[in-house]
Design a protein around this ligand. Structure first.
Ligand code: 6PG
Length: 469
């Protein structure tokens, strides 16, 4: 029996789809799942791909059926399960065999695991895989982290299974240790923000303009042919059009307004705070998800305070305003995401390649969009890597920020909650304020804590005349 080119542990939805994708691209794969029946069902239902798959009932089996030096992908739930799996597997492996964690790991865990593997002299990769079930099966976006030599060993497989943008594989090595999982985390933060801004605009259409789900669907579908072309715009049109088979109502009207989350958006916000990298749009999106979960409290609030009027007067906002606001919000959100990636470099010793990251997100992942191709060009030309200052995007902001202001001002004056779009607007305004109000903060700090302040046109640390007051 010919040995497998690679192994995979964990045949949950994502693991199973990734294994089929690998097999379909012509690589023989050994698979193992803690529950043996899952492994059997998987290989029994693999159809013509079954010939490329070696189902294994023990870890020993798995290890013995893979060619050396081995490479084994872990697709187990992030957290302690990964550590347990690594420990069990390492005991059976040779030193030059490689473990690849392809789950949604916290990059701090990946850093820790990479350090441990490096001190033991064993190869380890942490790769971020985006694109959901469909992506895993037919071409995800892959963000690699670990030593470049380890990446090079499996790059041909990862590139083959990845999504392609104009034939360019969306699989790239991002840097050492947890770099790949960090990039995936920021991807997810942006994903939260993109989704939240779409939901807010949907709220303006549904509650402010009284448009029904079918009308919303048509609008999203139209926007998907313009600058907002993206997977998330496309699926927003699709979910708005879908009807509930049980009641015949629009699906959106029967889905409870309580959003779930696995926590990667929160990780992005936490990391941004650690790095003092401002990402208010993403933070607002994470907060909005948390607020959405407080359904009972919100209902109590509605009965206590009454709901806001919400309905906009005829003609106060146009659909073009909404589209332009979403475009501006998106540019500002990505500006923050890329700035966060940059802020991590000196702290973690990475040189995260921003234009390459934009490229790897062009296909396969959840945030894929036509704008990402423009972002890749803009970031490669912008010396300071600041997206909103790159001419292509500063022009977009110049022509769209007034619409963002109209949408936020009109929406908020009617009680429509727009936390992410409002954060985007405040960020824009702060980023074009040469003279802010932080002089007041400095004066207060010096007053109560003698923290000192700087003066215009005079070097050094100064104190105020507060003592006499
Ligand atoms: C992806 C997604 C995916 C994520 C889910 C759910 O890139 O394929 O980001 O990794 O886990 O979308 O995330 P939440 O449960 O946190 O919304």
């Amino acid at each position: 029996m010919k040995k497998s080119n690679i192994g995979l542990i964990g045949l949950g939805t994502m693991g199973a789809m990734l294994a089929l994708n690998i097999a379909e691209k012509g690589f023989r794969i050994s698979v193992f799942n803690r529950t043996t029946t899952t492994t059997r069902v998987f290989s029994d239902t693999a159809g013509p791909l079954a010939d490329m798959i070696a189902p294994c009932e023990t870890l020993e089996d798995l290890v013995s059926t893979i060619e050396k030096p081995r490479a084994i992908i872990l697709m187990v739930p992030a957290g302690s399960a990964v550590d347990e799996q690594i420990a069990a597997l390492r005991a059976l492996l040779d030193d030059d065999d490689m473990i690849i964690d392809a789950g949604n790991a916290n990059f701090h865990d990946t850093n820790r695991r990479a350090t441990k593997a490096a001190s033991a002299g064993t190869p380890f990769l942490g790769i971020g895989v985006s694109g959901g079930e469909e992506g895993a099966r037919h071409g995800p976006s892959i963000m690699g982290g670990g030593s470049e030599a380890s990446w090079d060993r499996v790059a041909h497989i990862l590139e083959a299974i990845s999504a392609k943008y104009d034939e360019t594989p969306c699989a790239t090595w991002m840097g050492e240790s947890g770099a790949g999982h960090f990039v995936k985390t920021v991807h997810n933060g942006i994903e939260y923000a993109d989704m939240q801004m779409i939901a807010e605009i949907y709220g303006v259409m549904r509650d402010g303009m009284k448009l029904n789900a079918t009308q919303c669907s048509e609008i999203f579908a139209r926007w998907n042919t313009g600058p907002l072309q993206s997977y998330l715009t496309e699926i927003s049109a699709k979910v708005s059009a879908a009807k509930d088979p049980k009641t015949g109502q629009p699906m959106l009207d029967v889905i409870l307004d309580r959003a779930g989350q696995k926590g990667t958006g929160r990780w992005t916000a936490i990391e941004a705070q650690h790095l003092a990298a401002p990402i208010p749009v993403i933070e607002a999106a994470v907060t909005a998800r948390n607020l959405s979960a407080q359904l009972e409290t919100r209902k109590k609030g509605e009965s206590l305070f009454g709901s806001a009027p919400k309905i906009l007067s005829e003609g106060s906002l146009s659909l073009d305003d909404l589209e332009a606001a979403l475009i501006a919000g998106k540019v500002l959100c990505y500006t923050q995401g890329f700035a966060l990636l940059s802020a991590a470099n000196p702290v973690f010793g990475w040189s995260l390649p921003l234009p390459e990251i934009a490229k790897v997100w062009r296909e396969g992942c959840i945030i894929r969009s036509s704008m990402l191709n423009d972002m890749a060009s803009a970031l490669s030309q912008a010396p300071d890597r600041n997206l909103m200052f790159a001419p292509f995007f500063s022009d977009i902001l110049k022509s769209n920020h007034n619409a963002l202001r109209r949408v936020v001002a009109t929406g908020m004056s009617h009680g429509l909650p727009l936390p992410a779009l409002a954060s985007a607007l405040s960020y824009f305004d702060m980023m074009r304020t040469g003279r802010s109000t932080a002089n007041m903060i400095q004066a207060q700090r010096d007053f109560f804590g003698a923290h000192s302040f700087e003066r215009f046109n005079e070097d050094g640390a100064h104190h105020g005349p507060w003592g006499s007051h």
